[in-house]
Design a protein. Structure first.
Length: 282
């Protein structure tokens, strides 16, 4: 009997870990195709943030973001071959799986329930808290790109928002002092250093990536401070909360993007590659 209970417990733990991992990576997918904060994106379907050239564009209407994406395509350098997709057949299958299976049956239902229970201002505050905790990634990568003003700006934003902004719930630095975020990540840093992007790639549970950005993503994840100081189950709970919360903030926008786009896979790929190329040139 004890042996059976032990096996059952082990199986339950594995199932729980798989569920948490699925939600975590799917959430990351929903934030990176259109928005490079490693929060909800379009690997699984649609992340309007990817259409933004910077984090400030998240406050703009969807039509403006689409115009930004078009402008990025027109200003892409000759060397930026966004139409090259040697893994397209594989990527499209993974894109369908992430969107039609993981998001449809797991993330979207959870986000819909969350949106019904949690008021929008609270959802935005939760998003701000997790965004505030990504300060290490932004400071380090600003410094590695010799953008020392950006690094200092991020330190100032973190200080203000962590104190006056109640541990980041309110973005007082932006709303009260006009201090905009200077978002940089390791994939951008590699690009600034001259590392090529490599093929575009979509994998189950993961965000849209290139080989370069995939390696950078691992470094960025390692720069999340709280994962080293809390138990794994608390970290898992925070990850699920962040992922579901951000998906709930974009329920209607995701639907509009999906309904108005004929080739969703191509739109996500091109928006991601254009935005990344533009971010590296800034």
């Amino acid at each position: 009997m004890k042996r059976y209970s032990s096996r059952l417990t082990t199986r339950n733990m594995r199932a729980l870990l798989f569920l948490v991992g699925a939600i975590f990576w799917l959430g990351a997918s929903f934030g990176d195709a259109f928005g490079q904060e490693y929060s909800p994106a379009l690997s699984a379907g649609y992340e309007p943030s990817t259409l933004a050239a910077s984090s400030a564009n998240r406050e703009q209407p969807l039509e403006t973001r689409l115009a930004v994406a078009s402008a990025l395509a027109e200003t892409a350098e000759a060397g930026d071959d966004i139409d090259s997709d040697p893994l397209e057949a594989f990527n499209e299958k993974m894109f369908w799986f992430n969107r039609e299976v993981l998001d449809r049956f797991l993330l979207k239902p959870a986000a819909t329930a969350w949106d019904f229970v949690i008021p929008d201002p609270v959802q935005r505050g939760i998003y701000n808290i997790f965004d505030n905790l990504a300060v290490v990634r932004r400071v380090v990568n600003n410094a590695l790109q010799l953008k020392f003003t950006g690094a200092a700006t991020e330190v100032a934003r973190f200080t203000i928002n962590s104190t006056v902004g109640l541990v980041g719930f309110f973005d007082v630095a932006k709303d009260g002092f006009g201090i905009q975020q200077r978002d940089e990540d390791t994939g951008q840093t590699f690009g600034v250093w001259g590392v090529g992007p490599g093929p575009y790639l979509i994998l189950p549970f993961l965000p849209p990536l290139t080989i370069r950005d995939g390696i950078g993503y691992a470094f960025d994840t390692a720069m999340t401070p709280y994962i080293y100081f809390i138990p794994w189950y608390a970290n898992a709970g925070l990850t699920v909360t962040s992922t579901v919360n951000e998906r709930s903030l974009n329920l209607e926008t995701f639907e509009r993007v999906a309904e108005s786009t004929i080739d969703l896979y191509g739109a996500v790929r091109n928006a991601y590659l254009q935005r990344r190329a533009a971010a590296i040139r800034q």
